[in-house]
Design a protein. Structure first.
Length: 109
C-alpha cells in the first residue's frame, strides 16, 4: 500500500521525539518533504519518468507519496534533517548532517 505524505511526515517526526506534535507543525514538516521531492526531481529526474502523480506542485498531507515506496525513508530522513538543522538549540549539528547523508544515500544522489 502506498505511503501518504502524512505518513512521511510522521516517520520524519519520530527521530525528533515529537510524536505528540508539540515542537513542529505538520505544515512545517510537510514543507520539508515537498522540498525533498523537488530536490529529487532536480537530482534524479529518472525517478519521475511516467509518474503522473509526481507532476510539479506541492503535495498535501492526505496525498499519496509520489514516488516508489523505496524512497519514502530517504524523504523522511530529509524531513528529520531539516527540522534538526533549523532547531539547532536542541540538537548537535552532527545529527542533522547524518540524516542529510541518509537522504543522499537513500536517494542514490
Amino acid at each position: 500500500m502506498p505511503y501518504t505524505m502524512q505518513q512521511i511526515v510522521d516517520r520524519g517526526r519520530f527521530p525528533l521525539n515529537d510524536t505528540d506534535k508539540v515542537r513542529w507543525t505538520d505544515a512545517d514538516l510537510l514543507g520539508h518533504a515537498n522540498y525533498a521531492i523537488r530536490l529529487l526531481r532536480l537530482k534524479r529526474p529518472d525517478l519521475f519518468f511516467g509518474q503522473f502523480t509526481a507532476l510539479p506542485g506541492d503535495k498535501a498531507l492526505g496525498d499519496t507519496f509520489p514516488l516508489d515506496d523505496d524512497y519514502a525513508p530517504a524523504v523522511a530522513d530529509y524531513v528529520t534533517a531539516r527540522a534538526m538543522a533549523i532547531d539547532a538549540e536542541h540538537v548537535e549539528e552532527g545529527k542533522a548532517l547524518s540524516f542529510f547523508a541518509l537522504f543522499k544515500d537513500g536517494a542514490g544522489a
